[in-house]
Design a protein around this ligand. Structure first.
Ligand SMILES: Nc1ncnc2c1ncn2[C@@H]1O[C@H](COP(=O)(O)OP(=O)(O)OP(=O)(O)O)[C@@H](O)[C@H]1O
Ligand code: SF4
Ligand SMILES: [Mg+2]
Length: 341
């Protein structure tokens, strides 16, 4: 079997704080292949951004402990030096965030910022970098790129800034792109345009994409595979079709019930998951979802609160729950029927 392009194994990211150790990511494994999009979904605080900052090597080493394995094209990133990571960032892997304004410098033109990334990794001249910036702006759909290249970020609209950030992230043809809620702040039309742009660019360059979102609708649009995170762990993974059509974990079922139906009747009432996300300073014992899970008492012996359910994975599909397949089938069917009638 060939090695996946990105392979994350038993990743742990723990922060030392005044109040104790925050176990933000606690034993996470996944793979991403070239040309594929992995969607990571989960409520606020589930560890999505922390996971990806770990891949990019952007955590403060003074209070962060990283453990496990992150292999990018065979290169181990956890033990890589800051210098090696610096070389990989922007070149082999790059990222786009929710807030383009915060990621772009207000003091330099858009062109200078895209060009700077290009020069840093390729040693190109200023003239070459400028030409490349214009080409990238054209590619991400900025009109009159040869004029707009000299604009400052505040002269761009929100959607255009997001496009400029994508241009900057892709200027060195990275093989891995991490997109952390890149469309959350945009209106629906611009959001759809940006997603189409990412899909086109992926087709053209064969980029592997990790797309982080709390929106299952976005996942339905862009992902090939899905990883559902809860309290710093993966609770379910599989292809997009598997996870969205036949969820195998009570938390995923809850997430699906808390959002407008993707392809079913539109008049089904939404039912948010009761309770709030767990503390990662002092996480619940056993299954971290147990204080909020409607099915916890169906598992004999109080196992849900005493024993961590392992993630059982077969051919990339799996979930971490003590319920048997038969129990899930029965309980999930009842649950959906109760919601829709
Ligand atoms: N530097 C840090 N020190 C201590 N705790 C941190 C640090 N960075 C993140 N955390 C904590 O780690 C947990 C996971 O955070 P993370 O940013 O990954 O959540 P997220 O899933 O991206 O949420 P959101 O959807 O709100 O962006 C949170 O409880 C957060 O408070
Ligand atoms: S292990 Fe128990 S608490 Fe956790 S999701 Fe499954 S049934 Fe619910
Ligand atoms: Mg986040």
């Amino acid at each position: 079997m060939s090695t996946p392009f990105l392979s994350v194994r038993d990743l742990k990211v723990h922060f030392s704080t005044e109040d104790g150790v925050v176990k933000a990511v606690d034993g996470l494994s996944f793979d991403v292949e070239k040309g594929q999009t992995l969607g990571i979904v989960g409520e606020s605080g589930s560890g999505k951004s922390v996971t990806n900052m770990a891949i990019l090597g952007l955590h403060d080493p003074r209070n962060t402990t990283l453990d496990g394995e992150i292999l990018l094209d065979g290169k181990e990133l956890i033990t890589a030096s800051e210098r090696e990571l610096e070389k990989l960032r922007g070149n082999k892997m790059s990222m786009i965030f929710q807030d383009a304004l915060a990621s772009l410098s207000p003091y330099h033109t858009i062109g200078a910022q895209i060009g700077e990334t290009y020069r840093k990794h390729t040693g190109a001249s200023r003239k070459e970098a400028r030409a490349r910036s214009i080409e990238m702006l054209r590619r991400v759909g900025i009109p009159q790129p040869d004029m707009r290249v000299d604009d400052y970020p505040h002269q761009f609209s929100g959607g255009m800034r997001q496009r400029a950030m994508i241009a900057m992230a892709l200027v060195c043809d990275p093989e891995l792109l991490i997109a952390d809620e890149p469309t959350t702040a945009l209106d629906v039309t611009v959001q759809a345009q940006i997603m189409d742009l990412l899909k086109d660019l992926q087709q053209e360059f064969g980029t592997a994409i990790i797309f982080i979102t709390h929106d299952l609708g976005v996942i339905a649009d862009i992902a090939d595979d899905v990883l559902v995170m809860y309290g710093g762990r993966c609770v379910e993974r599989g292809t997009k079709e598997e996870v969205l059509r036949t969820p195998d974990h009570p938390y995923t079922l809850g997430l699906l019930g808390s959002m407008p139906s993707l392809n079913g009747p539109v008049d089904v009432p939404l039912s948010p998951i009761p309770g709030s996300p767990p503390s990662l300073l002092n996480p619940p014992s056993g299954c971290r979802f147990h204080p909020r899970c409607a099915f916890a008492e169906k598992v004999a012996g109080g196992l849900c609160s005493s024993e961590r359910p392992g993630l059982k994975v077969l051919d990339g599909r799996g979930s971490a729950c003590h319920l048997t397949a038969d129990q899930k089938h029965e309980l999930f069917t009842e649950h959906v029927a109760a919601r829709t009638h």
